[in-house]
Design a binder for this molecule. Structure first.
Ligand SMILES: Nc1ncnc2c1ncn2[C@@H]1O[C@H](COP(=O)(O)OP(=O)(O)O)[C@@H](O)[C@H]1O
Ligand SMILES: [Mg+2]
Length: 421
């Protein structure tokens, strides 16, 4: 848990985390920070605005250790205290004093400038949960606080990938389903596709599933949502892939509140390593929230002007709302429709200031057959060129490379079992 010396002086404190690093959001906890410098206070402040601390209640004060001791003489302590402290002797005696006024269960994170193993040992002995070396960036504070509440083995658990089209009908659902399939098959990660287009979603059709229950049962009874309940709503598509299907019926309307899906997402996050959200092309409180709250985002665009404008707008909004995350990814789809004038990938890249992950060609025969047969592209045509592209998207989104299929040995089930313990 201690991230001592994790950060060297040369490192950019503001750099977003690498994609392999997954920081799970913190639960509803109270965090109080006592800073000594305005730089640290600013970093903690912007950490508080990060999506992963969206549920936490953060209060920032100046005054460092002395202010903390003073504050908790009379007030109850929060779940987490973040303390900035520069001097070694003051830090240790201060912590001893703080211990006398601290409630049991309060976790203490120290931000300091001294890079020294002896100090680190003394801090561990005093029960400090984490020591972060200053100067800190917002993401360092986010990481430190979130890691207090996620078990070390939970690292792979709960990555949410949101897929949305820059326009309707550009193939966002098709791509999300095929990418999820690649994540499950080629990366051997357990994945679930949540079809959020409740009225018209096609995930059930695409995977050839017609489950009696699905996401509507969860979203319309939020009080019942827990792991066991959501588990029963999943239908199994392949070994590693499940579906939380949309009802695709019109007997009710689907006007959701902004946080209608929070409970479902939180529950899926607790048990599923990879959650692919197939988000319909609409702009509402809950679709915006699903995008901003996701760990990674893929925007699917067709190569025309309206798609370019919409992709740019989505990028700008999402980058501003997620300053400590890497920018969204995007791909072009339905490229090369005969006789249709197109905007080139290079033009897109210039306007968006980012390259598309892939440009998927328009292939009506294969994609049409897959859609009408309820199959994935790889099932229709094992060597189709888009399959490699879906895998590339899967790898970029998850930060994982393909598993070596030959690697399993006689011992691997046993090893898996031991690891599970
Ligand atoms: N690369 C492609 N080539 C040909 N047809 C495609 C391609 N991608 C998607 N389609 C087709 O486009 C239609 C709309 O796709 P869909 O995934 O439902 O779009 P969205 O979710 O963005 O509204 C579907 O009929 C699908 O089969
Ligand atoms: Mg769709």
């Amino acid at each position: 848990m201690i991230s001592y010396a994790r950060q060297t002086q040369e490192e950019q404190p503001e750099a977003p985390p690498p994609v392999e690093e997954h920081i799970a959001p913190a639960p509803r906890v109270s965090v109080q920070a006592f800073c000594e410098t305005v730089e640290t206070a600013a970093a903690v402040q912007s950490a508080g605005e990060d999506r992963r601390l969206g549920k936490a209640h953060l209060k920032i004060q100046m005054g460092g250790m002395m202010a903390a001791i003073e504050a908790y003489r009379s007030a109850p302590t929060p779940n987490v205290i973040v303390l900035e402290s520069d001097a070694r002797s003051d830090l240790l005696t201060g912590l001893d004093q703080l211990a006398t006024v601290c409630d049991a269960g309060t976790r203490v994170v120290v931000i300091g400038r001294i890079n020294d193993v002896m100090l680190y040992r003394e801090l561990v002995r005093r029960g400090v949960s984490d020591y972060v070396l200053a100067p800190v960036g917002a993401i360092d504070v986010v990481r430190s606080i979130c890691n207090l509440f996620s078990a070390p083995e939970a690292k792979a658990v709960g990555r949410i990938i949101a897929v949305v089209g820059a326009k309707g009908g550009v193939g966002a659902s098709t791509i999300s389903h095929n990418v999820a399939w690649a994540i499950a098959r080629d990366l051997a990660m357990d994945a679930v596709v949540a079809d959020l287009d409740l009225a018209f979603g096609t995930a059930g059709l695409d995977y050839n599933q017609d489950p009696p229950q699905g996401i509507a049962d969860a979203v319309f009874s939020p009080d019942r949502v827990d792991t066991a309940f959501v588990d029963r709503l999943l239908s199994k598509c392949t070994d590693h892939l499940s579906l939380l299907a949309a009802p695709a019926t019109l007997d009710r309307v689907y006007d959701f509140g902004t946080d209608a899906f929070d409970a479902v997402f939180d529950t899926l996050r607790a048990t599923m390593p990879c959650i692919v959200l197939d988000i319909p092309h609409q702009w509402s409180g809950w679709t915006k929230r699903a995008l901003i709250g996701a760990d990674d985002i893929l925007i699917v665009a067709a190569p025309d002007l309206a798609n370019l404008r919409n992709t740019k707008n989505l990028f700008d909004l999402l980058k501003a709302a997620r300053p400590n995350d890497r920018p969204p990814l995007y791909c072009l789809n339905q490229v090369g429709i005969p006789k249709r004038p197109e905007i080139a990938a290079t033009e897109f890249a210039k306007a968006i200031e980012s390259q598309p992950v892939v440009s998927i060609p328009f292939e009506p025969q294969t994609f049409g057959a897959a859609a009408n047969n309820g199959q994935m592209i790889a099932e229709i045509s094992a060597n189709h060129k888009s399959i490699e592209m879906f895998l590339q998207i899967a790898q970029r989104l998850t930060g994982r490379s393909e598993t070596k299929k030959q690697k399993s040995s006689l011992l691997s089930p046993l090893i898996e079992k031991l690891r599970g313990k």
